[in-house]
Design a protein around this ligand. Structure first.
Ligand SMILES: Nc1nc2c(ncn2[C@@H]2O[C@H](COP(=O)(O)OP(=O)(O)OP(=O)(O)O)[C@@H](O)[C@H]2O)c(=O)[nH]1
Ligand SMILES: [Mg+2]
Length: 213
């Protein structure tokens, strides 16, 4: 009985996600779903990639959070259109909530929508949000074992960012081992080392531009 309910929810989410993708395609808007652990640096990356992207493209952000609007305020502070998606305690976004967010945006006036998912290395992987591409972020302070321990988010990524590399010397994070683990589950994703401190995330900007240009 419980299994039947889960399948229905998944089917409903998939149907909603397909509807979102169709809506975005109709408006020629590209959508990127950013996922990773709490504090891995998702919002910080957005703060760094939005300025160069916004020189050429019209961007908006859907900010997923359990309760607070702190990340949404950071994005709004940059002058970027942002809609808060409050999950009220749930550990991931689903397509139904994302659709409501999309309906608040003027898609005719946009080229790119970023979704920052709730900080979580497990649950968001199972929920198609109607995005075109998935960006997975893992920071060196989390440990190089995380891709092999939590493969789901890495399996479905189109690009994986290994962040906070400025802190490498203070950790035992083995970049080579992390990349090997990611490759076991994903043979196509670009894997990029980055840091907002020492090396601005040019590879992420280039990835987004390669899709949108
Ligand atoms: N040293 C260093 N710190 C970073 C880097 N990227 C992010 N941080 C810091 O890491 C902390 C968390 O960054 P956020 O961008 O808020 O992380 P997040 O993934 O959006 O967090 P949640 O939305 O809560 O899941 C902040 O204090 C950032 O300044 C980096 O490349 N290097
Ligand atoms: Mg954040």
């Amino acid at each position: 009985m419980e299994i039947q309910v889960l399948r229905r929810l998944e089917e409903k989410n998939k149907a909603d996600a397909d509807q979102i993708r169709a809506l975005l395609n109709q408006h020629n808007v590209k959508c990127f779903n950013i996922m990773g652990s709490p504090g891995c640096g998702k919002t910080a990356l957005l703060e760094h990639v939005l300025p160069p992207l916004q020189q050429r493209y019209r961007c908006a952000v859907l900010e997923g959070d359990l309760y607070t609007t702190q990340d949404a305020e950071r994005i709004a502070g940059m002058g970027t259109t942002v809609i808060q998606l409050e999950t009220q305690g749930s550990c991931h976004l689903d397509a139904n909530l994302v659709m409501r967010g999309m309906q608040e945006l003027n898609l005719d006036q946009l080229d790119i929508v970023f979704i920052e998912n709730v900080g979580n290395l497990v649950c968001p992987a199972n929920f198609d949000l109607g995005e075109h591409h998935r960006i997975t972020v893992v920071s060196v302070t989390e440990g190089h074992d995380k891709p092999s321990k939590y493969p789901a988010l890495f399996t479905k990524a189109d690009i994986v960012l290994i962040t906070k590399t400025d802190l490498l010397e203070h950790t035992n994070f083995d970049i080579h081992r992390a990349k090997e683990s990611i490759r076991k589950f994903n043979d196509h994703a670009e894997i990029v080392e980055t840091s907002i401190r020492s090396a601005p995330p040019a590879a992420l900007v280039a990835f987004v531009l390669s899709i949108v240009d």
